[in-house]
Ligand binder design. Structure first.
Ligand SMILES: Nc1nc2c(ncn2[C@@H]2O[C@H](COP(=O)(O)OP(=O)(O)O)[C@@H](O)[C@H]2O)c(=O)[nH]1
Ligand SMILES: [Mg+2]
Length: 252
């Protein structure tokens, strides 16, 4: 932990969204309600990434009810990773949390992340696979692939974290800026940020979280398409970890 870490003022929630007209209202309302009750100054940056449904119109309607909602449209090339980085670049908070549009992540756990960051940790990582976690309705094949991938990452990087692949994590902005440039345009950004953060020497806390499957819409993570891209990003950060002689480590 860095005891000298600056106190945090604004928490930016980054939500990449593609064709999420049905899921977004409940997701955004829950986050706003929970953060307001916890007294957390925040902004909810939803990035519409080339949706072909009413996602953008729904966001405009929601803005009338939710003052902390800050919708934006990714004007560049589409892709999950690009949309997240676009949202981060638009956001103003001194800490960010990445959450999904389909209510799979619990706002109460984002509050827990905020507390951990305020204790001085650079990053707050949830795990869905430790004591106290809860996973509802996780597709069976995806679970097997997930456990294998996370096991390999854990051994390859010699880290205790057993849920690196989940996007729902929070970071001080200093960490995000210290991990640039980001190379992953797709879902593989979900492993690039935490692996780089750890490799570059930022501190982190691990806490149990829950995850639930979406109620509306279709899941978009295609394991087959993504496999090689995940491997590429892991290999890249792995080379940095073992061969770069610390050239990219944080300045302290
Ligand atoms: N920006 C962007 N977001 C996406 C894309 N595909 C999925 N998402 C978002 O990523 C999150 C997780 O997607 P989801 O389909 O639930 O993935 P899964 O639950 O891992 O199968 C949701 O917030 C989606 O709206 C994409 O191509 N671009
Ligand atoms: Mg999902």
């Amino acid at each position: 932990m860095s005891p000298q870490a600056a106190p945090l003022k604004l928490f930016s929630v980054i939500i990449p969204a593609r064709d999420e007209e049905e899921s977004l209202p409940a997701t955004v309302e829950d986050i706003h309600r929970t953060f307001t009750a916890a007294g957390i100054d925040h902004e909810i940056v939803v990035v519409d990434d080339g949706s072909t449904d009413r996602t953008w119109a729904v966001l405009q309607e929601l803005k009338a009810k939710i003052p902390t909602l800050a919708p934006t449209r990714n004007a560049g090339q589409n892709g999950f990773g690009r949309a997240v980085v676009w949202g981060i670049d638009q956001s103003r908070g001194d800490a960010v949390v990445i959450m999904m549009a389909d209510s799979s992540d619990s706002p109460a756990h984002a509050v827990k992340y905020w507390e951990l960051l305020n204790q001085g940790y650079d990053c707050a990582f949830g795990s869905r696979f430790i004591q106290g976690s809860e996973v509802i309705d996780y597709p069976w094949v995806k679970l097997k692939v997930n456990r294998l991938a996370n096991f390999l990452v854990r051994v390859g990087f010699a880290i205790p974290l057993n849920d690196t692949t989940n996007a729902f994590k929070a970071y001080r902005r200093t960490v995000i800026d210290g991990c640039r440039p980001f190379l992953a345009p797709h879902f593989n950004l979900t492993v690039e940020i935490p692996l780089k953060a750890i490799t570059r020497g930022y501190t982190y806390a691990i806490t149990p979280i829950s995850w639930q499957n979406r109620k509306y819409g279709v899941p978009k993570l295609k394991i087959k398409e993504m496999g090689s891209r995940y491997f590429f990003i892991c290999a890249y950060v792995w080379l940095e970890k073992y061969f770069s002689r610390g050239d990219y480590r944080r300045m302290s």
